[in-house]
Design a binder for this molecule. Structure first.
Ligand code: HSE
Length: 437
């Protein structure tokens, strides 16, 4: 049998501890599949004493993950520290420089430094595997990088944050408050260390930037993503969506348009009957539309220790199965140096349907004024509804519009116009509608 693959794990939080436990409990199965043992020979974490449910006494302990990356006797450095700078970045760079394979679940690091790190990995001829960084346990990176060879992607979109989907699902199903659902997501280990990363859409944007690069062959452009989180979604929006035949999801969408690549993250109305609308709780889903295949939808557990660990272990096993002289594919599907510059489409040119909710004074002419602003901006309405009992205050009414396909620029102008007319009591709510099968 080939020599054992020696693994060093940096970071023993929810995911790191799951990886260590699964490598121990699944050891003989992995050996059978990979043709060699996989052993944890070094670990690094902040707290040495904590019980992680696995015996790590055979591994050398490093207080400093960078030192471990540089000098531990390991073949693979597994980075589960998190964060786009500091120890995570320094240790991954050190491991690649030292010619060691790297496995990481760190989407923030890849979103910011992925191309530079890929260049180092490709120069050194080692693997930089990151399946766990996008959509938890769903094997979307392998699918896009390997299984879809030859396909041209036109749009990739999905539910990429388990915490947000968990919150929206429970708000809709149980009428619970946003805060109560977020607290449960944190307790269950789905949320990021700073949950604003989840709820304000940054985590989804990091993952989307990686998918977009794989889909369209451009350099990762995580700072150029249109971003809106879910913290302003109310029960009123969720109920109105339901009445109109939609469900609200936080989607990340990247699509090729005539003016460039559109990357956007925002709460989105999807038809209740669509497949993606059936994706509940912490489950993630990624839809990939291509010229050859049509639409592919992958769904599965998107967050949590075991889901993420499953993808990490798959990446480690790939390295264990690889042999010297084996030509590794490039990290982002094509050589990092050949990734094209990102050509950004302007958000104002985005085309689609819109849901708009106005809270207005109940007086003559308001409804007509809203309709006029829409017509002035050439927005065709699919429906316009005034709720008799829209709010607790009888002097207020809720007006809900659903538009046919129009542009972001037209909607912004129309909504600004309605705001200037002085009929609104509250900030207008605008939610984009996404075509989904
Ligand atoms: N906080 C992330 C989520 C974890 O909720 O999806 C997985 O990246």
């Amino acid at each position: 049998m080939a020599e054992a693959l020696r693994v060093g794990i940096a970071g023993l939080g929810t995911v790191g501890a799951s990886v260590a436990r699964l490598l121990a409990t699944k050891a003989s199965e992995l050996t059978r599949q990979c043709g060699r043992d996989i052993v944890v020979s070094a670990v690094s974490a902040r707290s040495r004493g904590r019980d992680r449910g696995v015996d790590l006494s055979g591994a050398t302990w490093f207080d400093d993950p960078v030192e471990m990356a540089k000098s531990a006797p390991i073949d693979v450095f597994v980075e589960l520290i998190g964060g786009d700078e500091g120890a995570a970045r320094a240790s991954v760079k050190a491991a690649l420089d030292a010619g060691r394979h790297v496995v990481t679940a760190n989407k923030a690091l890849l979103a910011k430094h992925g191309v530079a790190l890929a260049e180092v990995a490709e120069k050194k001829g080692v693997l930089l595997n990151y399946e766990a960084a996008v959509a938890g346990g769903i094997p979307v990176i392998k699918t896009m990088r390997e299984a879809l060879a030859g396909n041209s992607v036109t749009r990739v979109f999905g539910i990429l944050n388990g915490t947000c989907n968990y919150i929206l699902t429970r708000m809709e199903a149980e009428g619970l408050s946003f805060d109560a659902c977020l607290a449960d997501a944190q307790r269950l280990g789905y949320a990021e260390a700073d949950p604003t990363f989840d709820i304000e859409g940054h985590d989804t944007a990091h993952k989307l930037s990686i998918l977009s690069s794989l889909a369209f062959g451009h350099r990762i452009a995580a700072d150029d993503i249109y971003l809106e989180g879910i913290s302003n979604i109310t029960q009123a929006d969720i109920r109105a969506a339901g009445e109109l035949g939609y469900r609200i999801k936080l989607l990340g969408v990247a699509q090729r348009t005539e003016s460039g690549i559109e990357q956007r993250v925002h709460p989105t109305m999807v038809p209740t009957a669509s497949v993606i609308a059936q994706v509940h709780g912490v489950t993630n889903a990624v839809a990939i539309e291509t010229d050859i295949l049509g639409e592919l939808l992958l769904s599965g557990p998107g967050a949590g220790g075991n889901a993420t660990a499953s993808a990490v272990i798959g990446d480690i096993a790939d390295i264990a199965k690889s042999r010297p002289g084996f030509q590794h594919g490039p990290v982002f599907g094509r050589p990092a140096k050949e990734l094209a510059p990102y050509r950004k489409a302007r958000m104002r040119s985005h085309e689609g349907g819109y849901f708009i909710r106005f809270t207005v004074h109940d007086r003559i002419g308001v409804f007509a004024a809203i309709a006029r602003r829409m017509a002035d901006n050439e927005i065709s309405l699919e429906s316009i509804v005034q709720h008799a009992g829209g709010t607790a205050d009888a002097a207020q009414k809720t007006v809900i519009l659903v538009t046919h396909e129009t542009t972001e620029a037209a909607v912004r102008k129309a909504v600004d116009g309605v705001t200037k007319d002085g009929h609104l009591i509250d900030k207008p709510q605008v939610i984009r509608i996404e075509r989904a099968g």
